[in-house]
Design a protein around this ligand. Structure first.
Ligand code: GMT
Length: 377
């Protein structure tokens, strides 16, 4: 296929607040901007997917709740919808983000179609599809099968590639394509957002995640509680999960006046522009898109040295990395950067520079395009 002919690409992802869906949405948007026809197939419209952009389409999957099923099934209706959309729009590629159950559904969709209409299947692993579900005997063999049957497999970090080899015993080719981020212009000014948050001249520590247990929100709170005095410090927490479960812990640690909580925020850029320093305490992370998002705003992070994070942040240059689970080390690193604004600004500028050099759409999306062309040859 000529490198100038636009492709017809189906993208399936989780539509909710989560890194894999956010990345898939940004990829689809950028591919459409580059002239490709992009068809999202999922149970809901991905929450960051813009409406009215040319060449960007959304096809919902309808799920029925039959009394016969104790557990509703998504995989089969998804595969049928993938096959329908592929047939109707003559898709070249089905690119699925997060293997479970998307890769299996794509393989099934491909098998349902006659040979001339079969799309190429590209699977991108994002993290817990390998590190958590890959270890589960109820999922591992199905994930391995779907990877082996895919036309190409990508991972978002070198760490995740080695974990996929180790955990799943998958030895087929895998290409590492790092994540990227395209910040949108903030909708409100920095001053407006500071006003909304009731900030005067406080120092803002930033965290955003879905609050799953591997994000170690307990450790994040413990780290914060070690900062003394805390009167001039706020934690701005953008939560994609239920923070109410931490209410007792917040009270126990005396953090009730320190935390500014915003839930399911779509315009993260508004808030990123007021962040002074990121804090990420995960036990496991294949990339940590949230750190990258902060980097684009010149906000360096203190984070745990786990998984793919060292591929995003170079310790001592674009942020500070600490041993996993070590709240004393995390608090000391935070304190150092709170006390030394010049050092913090130096790390922040380097973080932004690194993000702009390595993790933009312009640097990353052509790697996916080349891969699509290769599998379509
Ligand atoms: O971080 C999460 O728990 C959500 C999860 C997802 O599937 O969206 O994130 C994974 O994919 C992101 C995008 O590639 C990565 O930046 C995250 O590091 C990864 N999370 C984990 O590996 C725990």
């Amino acid at each position: 296929m000529s490198p100038t002919v636009p492709l017809k690409i189906g993208i399936t992802c989780y539509p909710t607040v989560g890194g894999s869906g956010i990345l898939a949405t940004a990829l689809g948007e950028d591919l459409a901007r580059r002239g490709h026809e992009v068809h999202f197939i999922s149970y809901e419209r991905p929450f960051r997917l813009p409406t009215g952009q040319p060449r960007l389409h959304f096809h919902p999957v309808t799920i029925n709740h039959y009394g016969l099923f104790k557990y509703p099934d998504y995989t089969l209706p998804l595969s049928v919808r993938m096959a329908e959309v592929t047939r109707e729009f003559k898709l070249d590629v089905l690119h699925v983000h997060y293997a479970v159950p998307h890769a299996t559904a794509a393989i099934l969709a491909r098998d349902m179609l006659p040979s001339g209409l079969r799309p190429r299947v590209v699977t991108t692993l994002h993290g817990t599809d390998t590190t958590l579900l890959g270890c589960d005997p109820g999922y591992g063999p199905a994930i391995h099968h779907a990877l082996a049957a895919s036309d190409a497999v990508t991972t978002v970090s070198h760490f995740l590639k080695s974990e996929t080899e180790r955990v799943l015993g998958f030895t087929g080719p895998m290409e590492v394509i790092h994540n990227f981020f395209t910040p949108r212009p903030p909708r409100r000014s920095r001053a407006e957002v500071r006003l909304e948050l009731g900030l005067r001249d406080e120092f803002v520590i930033f965290h955003s995640s879905n609050l799953r247990s591997l994000k170690r929100i307990d450790l994040l709170l413990e780290t914060l509680a070690r900062l003394l005095p805390r009167s001039g410090i706020k934690l701005l927490l953008l939560a994609g999960g239920n923070f109410a479960t931490y209410a007792a812990e917040v009270l126990r640690l005396g953090l009730e006046d320190t935390i500014l909580l915003r839930e399911n925020v779509a315009d993260i850029e508004d808030y990123l522009q007021v962040a002074d320093l990121g804090l990420f305490t995960s036990d496991s992370e294949s990339f940590c898109l949230s750190i990258l998002e902060a980097m684009f705003f010149g906000c360096p992070s203190v984070a745990t040295r786990v998984g793919g994070i060292p591929e995003v942040v170079e310790h001592g240059q674009s942020g500070l990395l600490c041993p996993a689970g070590d709240s004393a080390a995390l608090a000391a690193a935070l304190q150092e950067l709170i006390d030394h604004p010049a050092r913090r600004h130096e790390l922040g500028a380097a973080a932004r520079q690194r993000a702009l050099e390595r993790f933009t759409a312009a640097a990353i999306v052509p790697q996916y395009e080349e891969m699509y062309r290769r599998v379509c040859r």
